[in-house]
Ligand binder design. Structure first.
Ligand SMILES: Nc1ccn([C@@H]2O[C@H](COP(=O)(O)OP(=O)(O)OP(=O)(O)O)[C@@H](O)[C@H]2O)c(=O)n1
Ligand SMILES: C[C@](O)(CO)[C@H](O)COP(=O)(O)O
Length: 223
């Protein structure tokens, strides 16, 4: 079955506190977003790649592609106010009858094995996400205080989150709510159960300044 990926890079990276959006910061001498795109191209040479960017950053991206001789074919869609809206804009460029993954542009260290497993499972008409167990102890904080929670029942969710295209497109017709923090939460609200596969621990979301140093130090164990 045909495959597509929507790589969302439409955010501003406010927690990174950098001059340019974090998806363009350099990791091993190249913009993070280029590494992320390369992960999917390595997995499948003919996957359709859709990259979502803030409208006012598209020109910067075009220049970066020229400067870094980046030639992997991709289509560009315009970002929205939230990740949900950016995904929806990217999804509009995906064809029916495909298996579509949604991946954060700032997760450049996803392994090929994880990408492959997610697409294979989704081909059986499932909604598939990678996740890893929690390694720290966990506490629930409420207005009354805080209490320990059973970490064996918790999973930390990653991307790519992969679905049959019609399932995802229909789910994304629901009205936005702030509980839609990822694609699984949108599809689950539409009534579809979520299948979890094991993610890779290196598949961090580069969010805060320290994550760039971590990504640099673990880079060779994935690529
Ligand atoms: N309106 C938005 C917001 C986020 N994203 C993308 O969703 C991914 C995960 O979001 P996050 O790490 O929170 O990125 P930012 O929103 O850019 O960061 P921050 O929350 O620190 O501002 C990122 O690749 C980001 O570019 C997006 O495409 N459109
Ligand atoms: C999609 C995601 O990366 C899964 O863990 C996460 O929900 C994104 O959250 P953010 O608040 O948009 O960074």
């Amino acid at each position: 079955m045909k495959k597509a990926v929507v790589i969302v890079a439409g955010g501003s990276g406010s927690r990174m506190r950098s001059d340019i959006p974090k998806q363009f910061l350099l990791l091993r001498g190249r913009p993070i977003l280029m590494h992320t795109i390369e992960r999917f191209y390595s997995y499948c040479r003919n996957i359709k790649i859709i990259v979502v960017l803030p409208q006012n950053e598209i020109e910067r991206w075009n220049h970066l592609c020229l400067d870094y001789h980046f030639t992997i074919q991709h289509e560009v869609a315009q970002g929205g106010d939230t990740r949900y809206h950016s995904v929806k804009n990217g999804l509009a460029l995906a064809e029916n009858g495909t298996i579509v993954g949604i991946h954060d542009g700032v997760r450049p260290l996803v392994s090929t094995a994880v990408i492959k497993k997610c697409y294979e499972e989704a081909s059986a008409n499932k909604a598939v996400i990678p996740a890893i167990p929690a390694v720290d102890s966990l506490r629930m904080v409420t207005a009354e205080g805080n209490s320990a929670i059973d970490r064996s029942s918790i999973r930390l969710v990653q991307t790519p989150q992969v679905f049959p295209s019609e399932m995802l497109t229909n789910a994304y017709k629901q009205q936005y709510t702030s509980t839609f923090t990822d694609d699984a939460s949108v599809v689950e609200a539409y009534g579809i159960p979520i299948t979890i596969v094991e993610g890779n621990v290196e598949n961090i979301k580069i969010t805060n300044p320290i994550d760039l140093a971590i990504a640099d130090s673990i880079f060779d164990s994935v690529i």
